[in-house]
Design a protein. Structure first.
Length: 100
């Protein structure tokens, strides 16, 4: 199993130190607005892309509402990655979203 935190908790943690945030939404959704510093790996591409991640790092997985990030968390946990699912999702981010 994997831990879950709220988007507000993630925001607070991100104010203290840089975090590895992976946004598993589709590329179009990501481009419309995402958490600053987050990396986009769409859920459907995760099986081909996960090996680029460092197994010694902690990752926070975010999507739109928590469903896709939960699936991504289940997958990455099976692959022995340390992950935390974030709910509800990027649109609820208390700070400003970026399109960079």
């Amino acid at each position: 199993m994997f831990p879950t935190i709220s988007i507000q908790e993630l925001y607070q943690k991100s104010q203290e130190k840089p975090l590895n945030i992976i946004d598993v939404r589709g590329e179009d959704e990501f481009q419309e607005g995402h958490i600053p510093g987050s990396k986009n790996i769409p859920l459907n591409q995760l099986p081909n892309e996960y090996s680029s991640l460092n197994q010694n790092e902690e990752y926070y997985l975010v999507c739109h509402s928590g469903g896709r990030s939960k699936k991504a968390s289940q997958f990455l946990t099976k692959m022995n990655y340390s992950v935390t699912n974030v709910t509800p999702g990027a649109p609820s981010w208390p700070g400003e979203l970026t399109t960079d």
